[in-house]
Ligand binder design. Structure first.
Ligand code: IVH
Length: 671
């Protein structure tokens, strides 16, 4: 066996590690296991320990960081790092395009790209090796952050491919993906350290470390978005082809890039990305549009500190600062008391926000909040607005401490903290008006009993006037009582009474969901009905029996047993039955969960809950054919109101017939 020289082995290890690092961090498509990678890496470190001269600047070992610096050196940018003009509306973008069109003679293209919310960086490569990395600084001079940037795994230390210019600059954004950001903050919390306000601050803080070993442990990424100065081979005529080259050389290029030929397509791209924004793995704060053709970019030139060939279209900000005016304590359906921040209204993430949940006492302590503080509010996509932090240096001397109440703000009973959870609860159940209101709201909601016309304001009045003291009281309401309430006329009173009457005949799984048992959502309710088929069987089930149900673990089982064991809940259910509530027995178990392969169904009459065509698709999805006429081969007829000759014929032939309710119950059980 020939033994390889350490230098050759080191060279091969470097090549292998560069290759696998690129596959893992840039292409997201690893070829070897993490353990195998670590083994190669350890061998590299071992060789470099034996022969320190092997630890060259482009060695993968540089990714672990270097000895700490006293200060960053300042470096001059050969080409200034410019910023971008902003457009805040479609009109402003159209005006930009008009300026471009007026200056250019012929046609042109735009490249649309996400505007990464991180820190700009300039990377210089000589003969394919990273030799310097710098921050933007004031655009003319930045700080030398080479050691820190070397620790970023998606930055190639050595370029792949060939024909790169001798010396050239790549520009892009260093950012922290949301998952890494959440994990970093989680760790900080566990270690009692301060958390970062947002991924951009975390990225900036991580890059500004004098000790690059700290940066090495931060989940940073680098996405290349342009080329700066180039010495040597000219390698592209357009922005898109330059980025394609950078990709070949090993850089991470945004997968969301799009080259388009008109401003209309630019607008479409904005809307597409706006939709996707909340689901992306990283924060973006807008779109950047750049003229693709380099020659046209040159013709357009620059104005002061920004190019005339590019513009940023900003999304509505996801973070704003406003004042915490007060904290109120709300009592939820299960008695949990939640502090809610009352804010000076602020436009953030596309809506005006004046309330934000503060979750619990621990969260208030973690944020170190006081009433009167300036607070950072974040609302990303459809996500509920959140208080991210207090702006420490803006605190006024009259800021007040937030005092957690000892008694329920709705019923005055003493609040209790359980040692199993952080929540503080009011134990008064439905005798607490706040819990009663929330329970009624849940009971009547669309996915539960779906009672139309029982809005929040009305529920408030019903409880506050004492007309409703328990859920069953809803079904005793008479139109004349309702008509006397604020904002209710005879018509709405009659409609509500009719809706309540209709709701009396319900599906068991909706009723179980409507009861509001802790942690029993729609899916669990459905599974419980499939398993137990009746309310009595469910109410009498043991912990073990409950744990046999899909999705039900010991905690949920305990909540269910606890719920049915409580006398007030038994009374509440008895009162509902007494008031006339009844539910359909579920479709027999042999029809359940079965495929309808080989069956032929017929639909007739009008269905109220969905168009006939949708019903047809649902049946077909379960495997049955849907025929237009009844014959002896028909297995089942679904007949809505207005059914005529087909229903008659089915009855004559003795074919099973379902009404719409039975059909819906069946479909829900198949889900
Ligand atoms: S191009 C002259 N492209 O946005 C062109 N910038 O105000 C300058 N940014 O500091 C930059 N994503 O750090 C460009 N796809 C992208 C970008 C992007 C984020 C940042 C960049 C710069 C700021 C511009």
């Amino acid at each position: 066996m020939t033994s390889t020289s350490p230098t050759l082995e080191h060279k091969q290890l470097c090549e292998q590690l560069h290759y696998h690092c690129h596959r893992y961090y840039v292409l997201d498509d690893p070829e070897i296991s993490d353990a195998e990678y670590d083994r190669l890496f350890q061998r590299l470190l071992e060789l470099e320990k034996q022969l320190p001269e092997l630890a060259v600047a482009s060695s993968p070992s540089q990714r672990v960081g270097a000895p700490a610096l006293d200060a960053f050196n300042s470096v001059e940018h050969r080409l200034p790092m410019l910023s971008l003009d902003n457009a805040f509306s479609d009109d402003e973008l159209a005006a930009f395009d008009k300026r471009v069109a007026d200056k250019l003679a012929g046609s042109y293209h735009y490249v649309c790209e996400p505007k990464y919310d991180g820190i700009a960086a300039s990377l210089i490569y000589q003969r394919g090796e990273l030799i310097q990395a710098a921050t933007r600084g004031d655009g003319q001079r930045g700080e030398d952050i080479t050691q820190n940037v070397k620790t970023i795994n998606s930055v190639p230390l050595k370029l792949s491919g060939e024909h790169w210019p001798d010396l050239f600059e790549v520009r892009g954004e260093v950012y922290m993906p949301l998952k890494g950001f959440a994990e970093l903050n989680q760790q900080a919390l566990q270690n009692g350290q301060k958390t970062f306000v947002n991924p951009r601050n975390a990225a900036a803080g991580s890059l500004r470390q004098l000790d690059s070993k700290i940066t090495a442990n931060r989940p940073l990424e680098f996405c290349a978005y342009s080329v700066g100065f180039v010495e040597g081979a000219h390698f592209a005529d357009s922005h898109s082809s330059a980025l394609a080259k950078l990709k070949q050389w090993g850089f991470l290029i945004s997968p969301l890039l799009k080259r388009v030929a008109s401003i209309e397509q630019c607008l479409d791209y904005y809307r597409e990305l706006e939709q996707q924004r909340a689901a992306l793995a990283f924060d973006i704060d807008g779109i950047v549009y750049k003229i693709d053709e380099f020659e046209l970019q040159q013709q357009l030139g620059f104005v002061s500190r920004a190019p005339r060939w590019a513009i940023a279209r900003k999304f509505p900000a996801q973070e704003e600062i406003t004042e915490l005016k007060d904290v109120e304590f709300q009592v939820g359906r299960t008695g949990v008391v939640t502090p809610v921040a009352k804010l000076k209204p602020v436009f953030v993430g596309g809506v005006t926000v004046s309330n934000a949940s503060l979750h619990n006492r621990e969260e208030i302590e973690r944020l170190g909040l006081k009433i009167g503080d300036s607070v950072v509010i974040r609302r990303a996509g459809d996500v509920i607005p959140k208080v991210v932090s207090a702006v420490a240096n803006k605190r006024q001397s009259d800021a007040r401490a937030i005092v957690f109440p000892e008694h329920c703000p709705a019923c005055g009973s003493e609040l209790q903290a359980s040692d199993k959870e952080v929540a503080i609860r009011c134990q008064a159940g439905l005798s607490c008006p706040a819990q009663l209101k929330e329970s009624l709201r849940h009971f009547a909601s669309r996915d539960a009993m779906d009672i139309d016309g029982l809005g929040e304001k009305l529920l408030e009045q019903l409880v506050d006037t004492g007309l409703v003291k328990g859920i069953a009281d809803l079904f005793k309401l008479e139109a004349w009582q309702l008509a006397g309430l604020e904002r209710m006329g005879d018509k709405s009173a009659n409609n509500l009474v009719a809706a309540l009457e209709k709701a009396k005949h319900c599906q068991l799984e909706r009723f179980i969901f409507a009861l509001g048992i802790r942690e029993v959502g729609q899916a669990t309710s459905r599974n419980l009905v499939r398993h137990f088929a009746s309310l009595d069987a469910l109410a009498g089930a043991s912990l073990d029996a409950l744990c046999e149900v899909d999705d039900v673990g010991p905690i949920v089982a305990e909540h269910i047993v606890h719920f049915f064991a409580q006398e007030k809940n038994q009374q509440s259910i008895a009162a509902l039955i007494e008031a006339g509530l009844s539910w359909q027995t579920p479709v027999s178990s042999d029809a359940r969960g079965q495929s309808l392969d080989g069956q032929t169904w017929v639909l007739t009459g009008t269905l109220e809950s969905m168009p006939r065509n949708d019903a047809k698709k649902l049946i077909q999805a379960l495997g049955a054919k849907v025929s237009g006429s009844v014959s002896k081969n028909t297995d089942l007829l679904v007949a809505g109101p207005g059914a005529g000759s087909k229903l008659k014929k089915a009855q004559e032939l003795g074919i099973e017939t379902w009404d719409e309710q039975q059909f819906l119950a069946f479909i829900e059980q198949q889900r």
